[in-house]
Design a protein around this ligand. Structure first.
Ligand code: KIV
Length: 263
């Protein structure tokens, strides 16, 4: 069994070995992926791949707590991150109340917050009050509606400067690591080199301190759309459909159950 990572071992891994982060939303998949992941993210992406919504914005704290507990049950030896959903950290006091709710009602090791310099005060307030924070900069899925879509960041000089400022502010506020999503690879590389905490990329190129993918994307289970940055390591949807077709055929033809599966 792998040794569970701590905030300190995660920070020390920078420059030593890339970190592997994968999302999970339930005990079943958390147990399967635990041996391969340094950190498990209970992302609010569950609202799309698990709850079938078209974006992450309607995920609730109650949902996040429920799924975080399920993941922690399945992966008892993993460092688990609970994503703070949209609207739960609009000011630092609200963020602390909600993060305390997460910490008191789940064994999560930290929370994740989307935002850069604009969220520095909030991150500082949480870390000052004993809540470990993973930052999230770059493309912010919770800004999907206000930005009118998912927009890759870091294409202009201004955007690059803002991203760098965001990363430094998140680090200075006390985050122990950060996710960087949907940015040009060279700016993500520059950011990883400019801060001393691990920078975990998703759609941010190879030259960062680790990678995160949504498990249902990487296993080819989520068919609605596939972002350019997703590599499908399995054609999960086809495998599942083939198995279901075989089961259905065997039920209809009475080929299942045989003696072997009968009391
Ligand atoms: O919700 C999520 O799964 C995430 C990842 C995309 C990093 O935030």
């Amino acid at each position: 069994m792998n040794k569970k990572l701590t905030i300190s071992t995660i920070k020390k891994s920078k420059g030593v070995k890339p970190l592997v982060m994968i999302t999970a939303y339930d005990a079943l998949f958390a147990r399967l992926l635990e041996p391969y992941a340094d950190m498990i993210l209970v992302g609010d992406s569950l609202n799309m791949s698990f709850a079938g919504r078209s974006d992450t914005l309607s995920a609730t704290l109650e949902q996040m707590i429920y799924h975080t507990n399920a993941v922690c049950m399945g992966a008892k030896n993993s460092f688990v991150i609970c994503d703070m959903p949209f609207g739960t950290y609009t000011c630092k006091e609200r963020a602390l109340d909600n993060a305390i709710n997460v910490f008191q009602n789940t064994p999560a090791d930290c929370v994740k917050i989307e935002g850069g310099a604009d969220k520095a005060q909030t991150i500082q307030y949480l870390t000052d009050n004993g809540i470990a924070v993973c930052g999230h900069i770059g493309l912010l899925p919770q800004s999907f509606r206000s930005e009118g879509g998912y927009k890759v960041k870091g294409k202009t000089t201004d955007e690059r400067a803002r991203l760098l400022r965001d990363a430094k502010a998140v680090e200075a506020a006390g985050a122990f690591c950060m996710v960087i999503e949907g940015t040009k690879a060279d700016v993500a590389q520059e950011i990883a080199q400019s801060v001393s905490i691990p920078v975990i990329g998703i759609g941010a190129g190879a030259e960062v301190d680790g990678q995160v993918l949504v498990f249902s994307d990487m296993l080819g289970l989520f068919e609605e759309f596939t972002p350019k940055f997703v590599k499908k390591y399995l054609d999960g949807a086809t495998l599942v459909k083939n198995a279901l077709q075989e089961y259905a055929d065997e039920v209809v033809s009475r080929k299942f159950p045989t003696e072997e599966h009968t009391y």
